[in-house]
Design a protein around this ligand. Structure first.
Ligand SMILES: C[S@@+](CC[C@H](N)C(=O)[O-])C[C@H]1O[C@@H](n2cnc3c(N)ncnc32)[C@H](O)[C@@H]1O
Length: 269
């Protein structure tokens, strides 16, 4: 059986059978997109690849568990995932800073994050943990005037929660990493590999609780383990590139040094 709170080096498809069925609270699946020339990203059909993956991963989830699949806009087109998982949202991770040099069509400047749930209802959705600030105009409106309802058109007081609002399904507030980002592990991991901690933090805070178990079969340079550790979640992580595994452990060790968590709770090696 796979050990928790370790990044296991190896091929996810060979390791996944060792993960107990119905044992996982949350899966973050940031694997191949099928768009780059990286050897690990070469798949003949990203839809077939993701379909195969969703079938395997859905077995690992507890009822009500969540799975976030990263990809491009067509990553689940024309596949019938419905016998396995319910698609709750297709989140757009909008990256306005991406270079837009297309000449014959509109340049793509977002990634898709497909948010699935096993069963009808998520067992965890911690909205209060991920609220974002209300627009200033909304606060103003709340104080000053009634506004028409978007469904009935009737004028009424705006619903307003002073803890903030639901982040919605277009996430433009979390920036991509740049060469200057402190958390960037190496220039080699910019763009195609490393994701911002803030992005994974939103997912982990929303869809898991303290001491829950998070699975990341393609953990790259360890963003999932770092965010899990900061937020007291357990993790099972796989990564086939030994250099990335090493960088992942270096990030974990660095975190331990900053004493965000009691030492010795997590094993590594
Ligand atoms: C987009 S990156 C993940 C980045 C990660 N989320 C992070 O922030 O560091 C995808 C990773 O999947 C790994 N990978 C691809 N196929 C794999 C497989 N079959 N088994 C294990 N790892 C794999 C690649 O080496 C790459 O590091």
């Amino acid at each position: 059986m796979i050990e928790q709170n370790k990044i296991t080096q190896g091929d996810a498809f060979e390791l996944l059978p060792q993960v107990k069925n119905s044992s996982i609270d949350l899966i973050i699946c940031d694997g191949p997109y099928g768009i780059t020339t990286n050897e690990w990203d070469r798949v003949s059909s990203i839809q077939e690849f993701n379909f195969h993956l969703l079938k395997i991963l859905s077995r690992k989830l507890k009822d009500g568990g969540a799975l976030y699949l990263f990809g491009k806009q067509d990553c689940i087109d024309f596949i019938d995932y419905r016998p396995y998982l319910n698609l709750k949202s297709k989140i757009i991770w909008y990256q306005p800073s991406r270079l837009a040099q297309g000449r014959i069509s509109y340049t793509n400047n977002y990634d898709v994050i497909c948010y699935f749930v096993k069963g009808c209802k998520p067992k965890t959705f911690n909205l209060d943990a991920i609220r974002v600030p209300q627009l200033v105009e909304l606060e103003h409106r709340l104080r000053c005037e009634n506004v028409p309802s978007v469904t009935s058109g009737k004028f009424n007081k705006t619903k307003f929660n002073d803890k903030g609002k639901n982040p919605g399904d277009v996430w433009g507030d979390i920036k991509q990493l740049t060469y200057k980002s402190k958390e960037l592990v190496s220039r080699e991991t910019l763009n195609t590999i490393q994701k911002p901690e803030k992005l994974f933090e939103r997912i982990i805070l929303a869809s898991s609780n303290k001491d829950d178990l998070v699975l990341d079969p393609f953990s790259g340079v360890g963003t999932t383990p770092v965010v899990c550790k900061k937020n007291e979640r357990n993790f099972i992580c796989f990564e086939k590139n030994p250099q990335f595994v090493k960088w992942g452990y270096e990030r974990i060790i660095q975190l331990e040094k900053t004493e965000l968590m009691p030492r010795g709770l997590f094993s590594h090696g």
